[in-house]
Design a protein around this ligand. Structure first.
Ligand code: PLP
Length: 381
């Protein structure tokens, strides 16, 4: 038996990787499973994206290795997208790095900036990858509390009291997954101030800014942000392209270069057709965002009814691809969702997979058609 590396001691298989195997097994046994667990958009990308992919096959360079930094047109399209939607000026040459998925970017950034033993501030509740990647690179996760009482925002005073001298990176993610809380201008300004005061790299992970959100914001818009902040973004949710694996990293050129030093040793560029498709997606007009959100609005109304049926409470002003719902007192999230899966064949995510502050909450995905949501409602009523 060959022993695995020590770095795997604190890293488990991703929750969904395990749980979806169980869900698939139940399905193969004939159970009529409705999956409201994962945020994998079920609708198609814009048509122009698909056409651009197909047209690439006419291109002699289609099957060759591509640039590590993405083709210049893709970097231009990303810079234009940031200008149009966030009013952020970025140099397409030096401040934009296309990624093969923003999840992958979390590892690249961690490898570029963290030494073993460095502390990393991670939201609780928050996206589980921040913690697992921190463990993979031998750094130390330090969880900061987000609570309903503090509108799911960090308590900077508590952080200062604890001491942050050894902290190198702080992960933030607004609109926040799983709660749907939106980042305010004041919060971004406070984050930048905090990063500057303690020399901490603030990384805003921003894949949900265009889903059910009237005010898409980038942390890079605010004064001084480029000194201490990076931002990750993604085409996965905004353009229904999760399987295409297109993300992006934005920020100061020397930070971007550090990440490129890691990334260019890990992959050999993104398939040309995917880059051409991504360019088309980024050029989408306002109609795209309106029609996407009108579908999610309809779905969310039914999910609210499901949450009502389960006697949960939730915030109707939340953004993003999920409804984050508080269970009635004394119900434990994991037991409850296992019961619902077993008895009603509906899979919902327990809040605990996002950290201890997710206890007592469940998360519904909006990535299911109205007919399935209505069926789930009928079963759970
Ligand atoms: C908060 C957050 N960050 C990053 C990602 C990764 O998105 P992708 O790698 O598809 O760009 C997700 C996906 O679910 C997410 O919820």
């Amino acid at each position: 038996m060959i022993e695995v590396a020590k770095r795997l001691q604190n890293v488990e298989e991703y929750y969904f990787s395990k749980k979806l195997r169980e869900v698939r097994l139940l399905k193969s046994q004939g159970k009529p499973i409705i999956n409201l667990g994962i945020g994998s958009p079920d609708m198609d990308p814009p048509e122009a994206v698909l056409n651009a992919l197909v047209e690439t096959f006419e291109d002699d360079a289609a099957h060759k290795y591509q640039s590590y930094q993405g083709i210049p047109e893709l970097r231009e399209a990303i810079a234009n997208f940031y200008k149009t939607h966030f009013d952020v000026n970025l140099s397409a040459q030096t401040e934009v790095l296309p990624l093969m998925g923003s999840k992958e970017g979390i590892l690249h950034i961690s490898m570029a900036f963290l030494n073993p033993g460095d502390e990393v501030l991670i939201p609780n509740p928050g996206y589980p990858t921040y913690k697992s990647v921190t463990n993979l690179v031998g750094a130390v996760p330090v969880f900061y509390d987000l609570t309903q009482e503090s509108n799911w925002c960090p308590d900077f005073v508590a952080l200062e009291k604890r001491g942050v001298e050894n902290v190198k990176i702080m992960w933030v993610n607004y609109p926040h997954m799983p709660t749907g809380e939106n980042g305010s201008v004041k919060l971004y300004e406070e984050l930048i101030r905090f990063g500057k005061r303690y020399n901490i790299l603030i990384v805003n992970d921003n894949p949900y800014s265009f889903i059910l959100n009237r005010f898409p914001r980038s942390i890079l818009k605010y004064k001084g942000a480029k000194d201490v902040c990076l931002e990750l973004n993604s085409l996965s949710k905004t353009f229904n392209m999760a399987g295409w694996r297109v993300g992006m990293l934005l920020g100061r050129h020397d930070y971007i270069n550090a990440v490129l030093r890691v990334k260019s040793n890990m992959d050999s560029g993104m398939f040309l057709g995917i880059q051409k498709g991504a360019i088309e997606a980024l050029k989408s007009s306002d109609m795209w965002f309106k029609s996407l959100n009108s579908v999610y609005e309809k779905r969310r109304k039914i999910v609210w009814q499901i949450a009502d049926a389960l006697k949960c409470t939730y915030n109707k002003g939340a953004s993003g691809l999920f409804v984050w719902a508080k269970l009635p007192e004394h119900i434990e999230a994991e037991d409850y969702i296992d019961l619902i899966l077993k008895e009603k064949s509906v899979f919902i995510t327990p809040g605990t997979i996002f950290g201890s502050n997710g206890e007592g909450y469940i998360r519904f995905s909006l990535c299911a058609p109205v007919a399935e949501l209505e069926e789930a409602l009928a079963r759970l009523k």
